[in-house]
Ligand binder design. Structure first.
Ligand SMILES: [Zn+2]
Ligand SMILES: [Zn+2]
Length: 238
């Protein structure tokens, strides 16, 4: 079954259309455009995209939430979580959802189907597009001549998402104000730091943790309350 290509004169043995693979196809893969290992790797990447996207979406809302509440209170010097443009670009319009939709539309076009229906917000659309692409990937690898480019685009999208989620770019931590937790002898007051790559703020002074968007908002509100109290006690309240 797994015969190696012979050296028939003038005959070019078919190769996988994935530009990063170009492996000679097995006899059992005759008639396919992409090889089975590329199909398997691509299916795995597509299946991981919805989970990766959810994490990026959470990071994006943390950044937006931090920015919104940061500007509201006068006198609060708390810097916002630095927005990471790559994160916002991937979760926003034209981001991951649009890139998946473009591939889905191209496949639908070749199949003679109508264009992809409206799938809602990017958060709702990504899993829907992923399901379509996984279901139709065997067809594409078999019968769609341009599948090589899509395989490569999906690989790139997957690696952009994993790079951010795994914090490979090491965005660094930024100071986000002082710990507002009351301990035995008053305010903890430890400088807190956060990173856009992680959802966890951990106080090294009193051990408090804030991990969710709701908890971040509580933290910000508590910091603002402390700042207001201090301003009032110093007689400079507005
Ligand atoms: Zn291949
Ligand atoms: Zn603390």
């Amino acid at each position: 079954m797994h015969d190696h290509p012979t050296d028939l004169e003038g005959y070019e043995w078919p190769t996988c259309v994935n530009p990063r693979c170009n492996r000679e196809l097995w006899v059992s893969e005759a008639g396919r455009w992409a090889c089975r290992p590329c199909e398997d790797a691509t299916a795995k990447r597509i299946a991981e995209l919805p989970g990766l996207f959810r994490q990026l979406n959470t990071t994006a809302s943390l950044m937006r939430g931090a920015r919104r509440s940061g500007g509201g209170t006068s006198g609060s010097k708390t810097p916002p979580i630095p927005p990471r443009l790559e994160v916002l670009a991937l979760v926003g319009p034209g981001g991951a959802a649009a890139r998946l939709r473009d591939i889905e539309d191209a496949w639908r076009n070749v199949l003679g189907w109508t264009v992809a229906p409206w799938r809602g917000s990017p958060g709702q659309a990504v899993p829907e597009h992923a399901t379509f692409l996984i279901n139709n990937l065997p067809w594409a690898c078999d019968s769609y001549e341009s599948v090589g480019q899509d395989i490569d685009d999906l690989r790139r999208l997957h690696s952009e998402c994993t790079a951010i989620v795994n914090g490979e770019r090491k965005p660094g931590r930024v100071a986000i104000g002082f710990c507002p937790v009351l301990v035995d002898d008053g305010l903890c007051g430890q400088q807190l730091t956060a990173s856009a790559a992680s959802h966890r703020v951990h106080c090294s002074g009193c051990g408090s943790r804030w991990e969710t968007l709701g908890e971040w908002r509580e933290l910000r509100a508590a910091q603002d309350a402390v700042a207001t109290e201090q301003a009032e006690s110093e007689g400079v309240a507005a």
